[in-house]
Design a protein. Structure first.
Length: 229
């Protein structure tokens, strides 16, 4: 009877398995930067230079602060990677934190890669880029919230009225490191300048062939011989 009861025990439903998988996926999303595959190609490493004021490099601090510094530093070395078409993430190489924008438009450095760390990258006509939050924007106006710095190098809120794509505070110039060109080992030989060849000697002059001297003989004398019967 116990064996029959064991055989008749119902198997776990698919809904419970799906809930388990969803909970595991959500926990893996909250696990932090390991959620994002680091082997994805197309990463760019360098700095983002904002030309507002005296000019500042965007930098992420280990304590979560985001600001700008005029002089380049290890905190300003960033890595930009593609999440989807037109959407990128920005990670501080030194702090190992991701640039994020809260629902109030405040910029901060997050230890985990979430949806708030996704930004829409656009290329402007003046060779500068703008970065707008992919999830947060104005509720009533629908205006996008942009990453911006003020004239003192402090991070501006994305909901600021002056944080617009036309304003210089939202323009960032990518300064990425270019791989050094491969060094090719080759030698260049310059043709040696040889002196011109001497002119050919003139052909010898044709002289009349010397004829052997002829011996002059005197007049030939013939003796007539007569025969008579």
């Amino acid at each position: 009877g116990g064996a029959q009861a064991g055989r008749s025990a119902p198997a776990p439903s698919s809904s419970s398995s799906s809930s388990t998988s969803s909970s595991s996926s959500s926990s893996s999303w909250a696990a932090g930067p390991s959620r994002f595959p680091r082997s994805r190609p197309g990463r760019r490493r360098g700095r983002l230079y904002c030309r507002v004021g005296i000019g500042f490099h965007l930098q992420l601090h280990p304590d979560g602060r985001v600001d700008g510094a005029h002089d380049a530093s290890p905190l300003s070395i960033l890595e930009i990677f593609a999440v989807s078409q037109g959407i990128v993430g920005i990670r501080g190489v030194f702090s190992n934190k991701f640039l994020a924008m809260s629902k109030k438009g405040k910029l901060h450095a997050s230890a985990h890669f979430t949806s708030e760390c996704q930004f829409r990258e656009r290329f402007q006509e003046n060779s500068y880029n703008t970065y707008a939050s992919a999830v947060h924007r104005g509720r009533r106006s629908g205006r996008e919230w942009y990453v911006a710095l003020n004239k003192r190098g402090k991070a501006k809120r994305g909901c600021s009225p002056r944080a617009r794509p036309q304003h210089v505070s939202t323009h960032f110039l990518p300064r990425f490191r270019q791989p050094p060109p491969p060094q090719l080992a080759f030698t260049v030989t310059r043709p040696e300048k040889k002196p011109p060849p001497p002119p050919p000697p003139p052909p010898p002059k044709k002289t009349a062939a010397a004829t052997p001297p002829r011996h002059s003989h005197g007049p030939v004398k013939y003796r007539l011989k007569f025969r008579f019967g």
